[in-house]
Design a binder for this molecule. Structure first.
Ligand SMILES: *[C@@H]1O[C@H](CO)[C@@H](O)[C@H](O)[C@H]1NC(C)=O
Ligand SMILES: *[C@@H]1O[C@H](CO)[C@@H](O)[C@H](O)[C@H]1NC(C)=O
Length: 406
């Protein structure tokens, strides 16, 4: 009897000890965040990932997301079909009711998040896609781009670019009854990074006839040059996306060589080439004063001695297709109407806020929703038992923006 009580109390206190983590006062539904996070934290634990090796670590994370993978089915309102565009799998969501020829639809190309290493168009993105189809009577194209590792940059980006080029052809849009002037691209986290990158690159393509009318960037990843912005510092231990995990995603996007991970952890990954681009991520210039005043700006250290092993990766670190913040203002002014969602408790807050500042300075029409109690990835959690009030609010506000902007 006593033994069971002691055991019970030990298990409870161990669980509470393990699950409990101090969270900022302003965050809502703290225990629920801690419980959700403890699951992810177990996986991203440094010792665990060292033990199994980085490559396998991503493999394990990937398996977890596969468990959630269900093949999305058509329902009474939404028809879902799997297709292959230029060799890349996509899910096409369309309203069941046929469009009449005089009434073309809007469309959203959606790119899921997961640090370029994880995720798929299924749950929870499936729910978001259905909501957009129903509320906008629109078509949603959800792209199952290839993931790192094994597919490092630029493969995931190129998959997305090929799909977008194919979809934006007038004949292809016509097959789905989509109006060529009313197509948006959107994505969250690494998907927001891909969305911002393809939107920029399409404008450089002289043959491109149809461009996006709008882009929706949900807590996007925007730059790999400075991984010590005030939000990286303030939120380095925040739930779901601690700094270590974001650095892991960045380094895995380019290479599985651990040297890049270590260099990025120390923010010692800039080379003389990338150093000329540091002016585009200068947070003392592009963040509102309230964000940078407690932090003293110093530009990341530039490593003069290049390691041969990282030569190729070094070239990519400054590539705007991986870091869309690294383009001059002249490449920004023609961008379409933009929605940016940022969260206070997110290492990527300043990536999004800096892009907002730069886009507005270039004259782009930007809607910026900043959630003072939000955390990275929150929008994925709309289903019981891991559902958050703020996830519903974010989703509703984003869909409302699409409704009026597209
Ligand atoms: C960053 O911006 C500040 C002014 O806001 C300026 O003094 C500094 O030289 C800039 N540094 C870089 C590396 O661009
Ligand atoms: C920033 O610099 C000021 C003045 O040099 C110093 O008092 C303060 O502690 C520094 N803050 C940080 C976060 O390093």
């Amino acid at each position: 009897m006593w033994r069971s009580i002691i055991l019970f109390v030990s298990v409870c206190s161990f669980s509470a000890y393990y699950i409990y983590e101090p969270l900022p006062e302003q965050m809502e539904q703290k225990w629920k965040i801690m419980l959700t996070n403890s699951f992810f934290r177990t996986l991203s634990h440094a010792d665990f990932s060292e033990l199994v090796g980085l490559q396998h670590y991503m493999g394990v994370m990937y398996l977890i997301t596969l468990i959630e993978k269900v093949v999305p089915l058509s329902d009474a309102h939404v028809q879902v079909i799997e297709e292959s565009f230029e060799g890349v799998d996509v899910l096409v969501y369309q309203p069941q009711q046929k469009a009449d020829s005089s009434d073309l639809r809007r469309a959203v190309v959606y790119l899921h998040g997961g640090g370029w290493c994880l995720g798929s168009p299924s749950d929870p993105y499936d729910l978001l896609a259905r909501k957009i189809v129903k509320e906008l009577n629109a078509v949603v194209l959800s792209v199952d781009y290839r993931l790192a590792p094994p597919h490092h940059f630029p493969e995931p980006y190129e998959d997305v670019y090929r799909v977008v080029k194919r979809f934006l052809q007038k004949e292809v849009l016509a097959q789905y009854s989509v109006h060529p002037g009313r197509v948006a691209v959107s994505g969250d986290s690494a998907g927001g990074n891909l969305a911002a990158a393809v939107t920029q690159q399409l404008l450089n393509d002289p043959e491109q006839q149809v461009n996006f009318k709008a882009q929706g960037l949900l807590y996007p990843v925007m730059q790999a040059l400075d991984l010590n912005t005030p939000s990286y510092q303030q939120n380095q231990d925040m739930p779901l996306l601690p700094r270590t995990l974001m650095v892991r995603f960045w380094s895995e996007y380019f290479t599985s060589d651990k040297k890049l991970f270590s260099a990025m952890m120390a923010n010692l990954h800039n080379s003389p080439e990338s150093s000329t681009l540091l002016k585009f991520v200068n947070w003392s210039a592009f963040l509102p004063e309230r964000y940078h005043k407690q932090y003293n700006y110093s530009a990341p250290v530039v490593m003069q001695e290049k390691s041969k092993a990282l030569d190729r990766q070094w070239r990519w670190i400054g590539d705007p297709r991986a870091s869309p913040l690294l383009v001059p203002d002249s490449a920004l002014h023609a961008l379409p109407k933009t929605y940016v969602l940022t969260c206070e408790f997110d290492v990527l807050r300043d990536d999004g806020v800096m892009y907002v500042t730069r886009l507005r300075a270039a004259g782009v029409d930007v809607t910026h929703h900043h959630y003072e109690t939000g955390f990275h990835g929150a929008m994925m959690f709309t289903v019981w038992p891991t559902d958050f009030l703020i996830a519903h609010l974010m989703t509703d506000n984003f869909v409302k923006w699409l409704q009026v902007s597209l």
